[in-house]
Design a protein. Structure first.
Length: 85
């Protein structure tokens, strides 16, 4: 076990005070920067927003399917009319 002198103890206390001061200063600077530039607000995920997104996705898929199948039906119709059947 190492023997500590009074100088070592005082140096340890000085280091602790210095670290505490650094921490307080960095917290103050962060707070000031947050106040100046605006703190990022955490967005709450709403169930309504999720439902709207899902319904829009389903609607988009249905529109794409409808366009695709409608084009196939029109193509068949015009081919039959051109062939004469």
């Amino acid at each position: 076990m190492a023997i500590k002198t009074m100088d070592d103890v005082e140096e340890g206390k000085r280091q602790e005070k210095r670290e505490k001061l650094k921490k307080e200063i960095s917290e103050d600077v962060s707070e000031v920067i947050g106040n100046v530039f605006g703190k990022p607000e955490q967005k709450k995920k709403s169930i309504l927003g999720t439902i709207i997104k899902i319904s829009l996705l389903v609607l988009l898929i249905l529109i794409i399917i409808n366009l695709f199948l409608g084009n196939i039906w029109l193509l068949r119709f015009f081919i039959k009319s051109l062939i004469g059947g």
